[in-house]
Write a protein that binds this ligand. Structure first.
Ligand code: GNR
Ligand code: NI
Length: 174
């Protein structure tokens, strides 16, 4: 298993639209395992392939506190949305920021599982929010896109500045 590097906003690679997974094979299984390791270590409750610079349509999630309810959604499609709810969201690609975002309260999703079987399931609560957030990633969309332009620019500038400092500290330490 391997921990993967997570891309951070405003990296343009986060804006790529992922293409469908064609074959659910052993290589994909390895990537899925690496994504779980990366997500649990972060720690986070979800991770889309886009965030680790793999531009194919799959995601992993686990919102349980015991980290024992892993979900793998391959080629997910939202069939139905019900209700509206606002919740605080964060993102491993936008570290340190939490903002209110409006989502559907419940979603019905068709996807393939890690055995390649076609599945349909309904999600609500935090898992519904997380899955909508991850499918947005696969379309090159981030939760900051739901905020005002001013707020997004402020986050963008601060993250770039933080990163510049991190690079300078690394150089200074050599
Ligand atoms: O770890 C995460 N927490 C979270 C909290 C509220 C709404 C969405 C999320 S997803 C996020 C991990 C992540 O960035 N996935 O793309
Ligand atoms: Ni995210």
């Amino acid at each position: 298993m391997a921990k993967l590097k997570i891309l951070e906003f405003p990296d343009p690679r986060l804006r790529k639209k992922a293409v469908p997974v064609e074959k659910v094979d052993a290589a994909l299984g390895t990537l899925i395992d690496d994504m779980f390791e990366t997500m649990y270590a972060a720690p986070g409750i979800g991770l889309a392939a886009t965030q680790v610079d793999v531009h194919r349509r799959f995601l992993v999630a686990d919102v349980s506190s015991e980290k024992n309810e892993p979900w793998v959604l391959i080629n997910p499609v939202i069939l139905e949305r019900d209700g509206v709810e606002v919740s605080e969201e964060g993102c491993l690609s936008v570290p340190g920021y939490y903002e209110s975002v409006e989502r559907a309260e419940q979603v019905r999703v068709r996807f393939q599982n890690r055995d390649g079987e076609e599945v349909e399931a309904s999600f609500d609560g935090l898992l519904a929010v997380c899955i909508q957030h991850e499918i947005d990633h696969l379309d090159g969309k981030l939760f900051v896109d739901y905020l005002s332009e001013a707020k997004r620019q402020r986050i963008r500038k601060r993250l770039l500045k933080d990163r510049k400092h991190r690079v300078e500290d690394r150089v200074a330490a050599v």
